[in-house]
Design a protein around this ligand. Structure first.
Ligand SMILES: [Ca+2]
Ligand SMILES: [Ca+2]
Length: 167
């Protein structure tokens, strides 16, 4: 009993944010059956934003997609990402995510690399708004794999431009 009481006290010291994540995760998992989910988004690229392909920082804006399956390898080819206003990106090339593997979908231009876990949108405009947006993620079949709406004020408590959705 004494040990149980100590455990309860430690649990109570967890931040409200951590508890919110713990309680929110099962609801998400129940909503969509998908190995691939949105781990998080750097919706506000660090520093002053510029969409110049040559000198801008669009490549510092990224979405992280992770394979949460413990057994299945998934090909990203055919998966679609879309924002609230209808901007979209389609993964047109095969890129395999092993269990636990992830990819960062970055703005701007660069060399896609399985080894370095990166795919570029080949577009120097920013996709994820700095104030608020919605991230839609679709399977090749068209069914929804994941979706997350965010606002800077409600979801980015430390204000670093990054929001995590799934751990
Ligand atoms: Ca910025
Ligand atoms: Ca947007």
């Amino acid at each position: 009993m004494r040990h149980h009481a100590i455990t309860t006290a430690v649990t109570a010291t967890l931040t409200a944010g951590a508890l919110a994540v713990l309680t929110a995760a099962p609801a998400q998992a129940a909503e969509y059956s998908s190995a691939l989910k949105i781990r998080g988004v750097q919706y506000d690229a660090p520093g002053r934003d510029s969409n110049s392909c040559a000198t801008g920082n669009t490549d510092e804006e990224y979405l992280t997609i992770k394979n949460y399956s413990s057994t299945a390898t998934v090909n990203l080819k055919g998966y679609v990402v879309k924002d609230a206003t209808g901007n979209r990106f389609v993964f047109t090339v095969s890129h395999y995510l092993q269990p636990g593997d992830y990819v960062k979908l970055r703005g701007g231009n660069g060399s896609d690399s399985d080894k370095y876990n990166v795919v570029y949108r080949d577009n120097c405009n920013f996709m994820w708004n700095n104030d608020k947006d919605t991230i839609y993620f679709y399977k090749p079949s068209g069914s929804r794999a994941d979706v997350h709406a965010y606002t800077k004020s409600a979801n980015d408590r430390d204000g670093n431009g990054y929001i995590g959705f799934h751990s």
